[in-house]
Design a protein around this ligand. Structure first.
Ligand code: SF4
Length: 645
């Protein structure tokens, strides 16, 4: 369903029709009433002072004999204009306050957040009165007062919406290509929070009318000779026992206009909500030729990681979910990192891409990308290197792109950010790269929005974005998890082809050991924030020595798996980062665990063939994994020395 048809459907609903009729009524009155009834509203008639309703004056007259109905209609323009102006001030100031913490340095952003939190705690009308006293009585003062009183609410809304967007993959992708905070804010965050802000602003306009009526009623708002509904309401209430209609008229106008704005907001929310909830198309399953992986070796180290540690604050203190990880990736090499959720594999990849921000802390003996130390080189100097030489492919193809911008322009931005290339050339290159990753009708597709792409196509486009420059390393974090099996295969084949054609290294993060075994040269098995085994992918099924690796292999279903029984799982759960034991973290789930395992954490040691394993009792001997000791639901009993009984 297109955006236009979604809007059409909502607008044709009873809610939409009512909102449109009321808003049109208010707008037309505001536009034309002064011209039609302006003279009548100003005409003083000493012979008709303070009259009740009559055929000549449907709502009666005021103390100067002026027609109340005409004045109510004419006051529409000023009342609506004031409400709109105050809402604009509230939204703009609120958005500035709400987004400032994400643009400014931490020391400057924190006081703003605190200020907003304090201001939100005050009732809006109290704030409006406070500002009205500061700015003084009158039209300008009341607009500023109410506008600024609205700002904290919009600031909080902006902060919340921005925080939700900031965690999305396309923001991380922009940071990888080196986009500045300001650019990310204007190009990616604001366009994505604009819709809910507008909806809330429309709803706020209704309550703003009431706030103006309140201020004018208290004598702090519009002053003589100007008049709005609030002032007319105040005048009417003074004579309510003589002529109730004089108060009823402006009160009804406030209610109708407020209702119109509220219903308009509800209509917009329904349309936009319906649009975002639109079902996604199934990923296409077009065939693409197989591209067997090339066995590429090389001494050129692209990524050097030595004793990497990532620490994060939690309410109960700091935890270190990545503890001393070390590995290297050379040009053209594909390394797979496997492990259960929470093993630290994604955090390792994010640290390698410099995507872990404060308050997270990354330390390492060495963390180098293409020979450049990532932890000591200034961000500004790193931006160009990471932007041109590192590509990220994220897990969720739904969040990999900014949904408000066309695919082609997002790809083009990745190139124009770091290269002296014209917008036109960048667009041409974007189409070329889409073609390279086998996106059909690439030229047309480049003009489409992310939601018009299937999941598999979006992942292809993400890879194409990485190819806009000349990546030396592609980090793919669970790139196929959200895809069906056929599309998964195509994406893996595409990554393999890219590696073959560009000689880029690949770091593939996956919880699926079978995918990694088929795709990579080497496999790193992670458990509880550490690498527990590192071995060639070709030897995974025959030479894995760590009981955890064996367990991962054993639970993979194959064609002979009995489909009438439950799938095998590894019993137990990995320990939480806040509760890593002093010994081997796998001990509670390991059939070979001994006393020494529970007391001392085994080092990751290398054998003469460069394979590494961290285990006090590694499984020895070649042979099929299934023939070797593996985890079962009934754990074998071990003696003090660790021998299995
Ligand atoms: S044998 Fe010991 S050291 Fe090895 S995985 Fe099991 S518990 Fe850990």
């Amino acid at each position: 369903m297109s955006v236009r048809s979604t809007w059409r459907g909502v607008v044709r609903s009873p809610l939409g029709i009512t909102a449109l009729v009321l808003v049109s009524l208010v707008a037309l009155t505001a536009l034309f009433a002064p011209a039609i009834w302006g003279a009548q509203a100003e005409r003083v008639d000493p012979t008709a002072i303070t009259q009740g309703p009559s055929a000549a004056h449907l709502l009666g007259t005021d103390t100067l004999g002026r027609d109340v109905l005409a004045r109510v209609l004419v006051a529409t323009q000023l009342s609506v204009a004031l409400a709109v102006a105050a809402v604009i001030i509230g939204v703009v100031v609120g958005a500035l306050l709400g987004t400032a913490p994400s643009v400014l340095p931490r020391w400057a952003g924190r006081p703003i957040t605190t200020l907003v939190n304090i201001a939100v705690a005050f009732p809006g009308l109290l704030l409006a009165l406070f500002f009205a006293v500061i700015f003084g009585v009158g039209t300008t003062g009341s607009v500023l007062a109410i506008g600024l009183a609205l700002a904290p609410g919009f600031a909080r809304l902006t902060q919340t919406l921005s925080a939700a967007i900031a965690g999305r993959d396309f923001i991380a992708a922009s940071r990888v290509v080196g986009a500045s905070r300001l650019r990310i804010l204007f190009r990616h965050i604001l366009p994505n929070i604009g819709e809910p802000l507008i909806v809330n602003a429309t709803v706020a306009a209704g309550s703003t009318l009431l706030a103006f009526a309140g201020l004018s009623f208290l004598g702090l708002g519009v002053q003589v000779p100007a008049y709005d509904w609030g002032r007319l309401l105040g005048e009417g209430l003074n004579r309510i026992y003589l002529n109730p209609a004089a108060a009823l008229g402006p009160a009804t106008a406030v209610v109708v206009a407020g209702l119109a704005f509220n219903l308009l907001g509800e209509t917009a929310a329904a349309a936009l909500g319906g649009r975002s909830a639109r079902p996604q198309r199934r990923p296409r399953t077009t065939d693409s030729p197989a591209s067997p992986l090339a066995q590429v070796g090389g001494d050129d180290v692209v990524l050097l990681v030595d004793d990497l540690r990532v620490s994060l604050p939690t309410p109960s203190g700091w935890v270190t979910p990545v503890r001393g990880v070390g590995f290297t990736i050379s040009r053209g090499e594909a390394i797979g990192v496997v492990g259960e959720s929470g093993s630290g594999k994604s955090l390792t990849a994010l640290a390698a891409a410099k995507l872990i921000e404060a308050p997270g802390v990354v330390t390492a003996r060495q963390l180098e990308f293409c020979g450049t130390p990532l932890l000591t080189t200034p961000d500004r100097a790193l931006r160009g290197l990471l932007g041109t030489s590192l590509a990220m492919v994220f897990q969720d193809p739904m969040t990999s792109f900014n949904p408000t911008r066309r695919i082609g322009s997002q790809l083009a931005e990745a190139a124009s950010e770091h290269q002296a290339i014209s917008r036109r050339d960048a667009a041409v290159r974007a189409v070329d790269r889409l073609r390279a990753v086998r996106v059909p009708a690439a030229e047309r597709r480049a003009h489409q929005y992310p939601h018009e792409f299937s999941g598999g196509m979006r992942q292809r486009a993400m890879i194409a974005m990485g190819l806009m420059n000349h990546p030396r390393l592609i980090i793919a974090d669970e790139p196929t998890t959200a895809l069906d099996v056929t599309v998964q295969r195509q994406v893996l084949q595409l990554l393999a082809a890219v590696r073959r054609d560009t000689d880029a290294a690949i770091l593939l993060i996956s919880h699926d050991i079978a995918v990694v075994a088929q795709t990579c040269d080497r496999v790193l098995v992670m458990y509880a924030g550490r690498i527990v085994e590192d071995l060639p992918a070709a030897e995974l099924h025959t030479a894995a020595r760590h009981p955890y690796t064996r367990a991962l292999l054993d639970v993979i279903p194959d064609l002979d798996t009995d489909r009438t029984t439950a799938l095998k799982t590894i019993p137990g759960r990995p320990p939480a980062p806040s509760a890593f034991p002093p010994g081997c973290a796998f001990a509670d789930r390991c059939p070979l665990a001994s006393a020494v395992c529970r007391e001392r954490d085994p080092e990751l040691v290398s054998d003469d063939r460069g394979r590494r394993v961290a285990c006090w009792h590694p499984v020895t001997g070649d042979g099929p994994a299934a023939a070797l000791p593996v985890i079962t639901t009934a754990l074998p009993v071990t003696d003090q020395e660790g021998a299995v009984r």
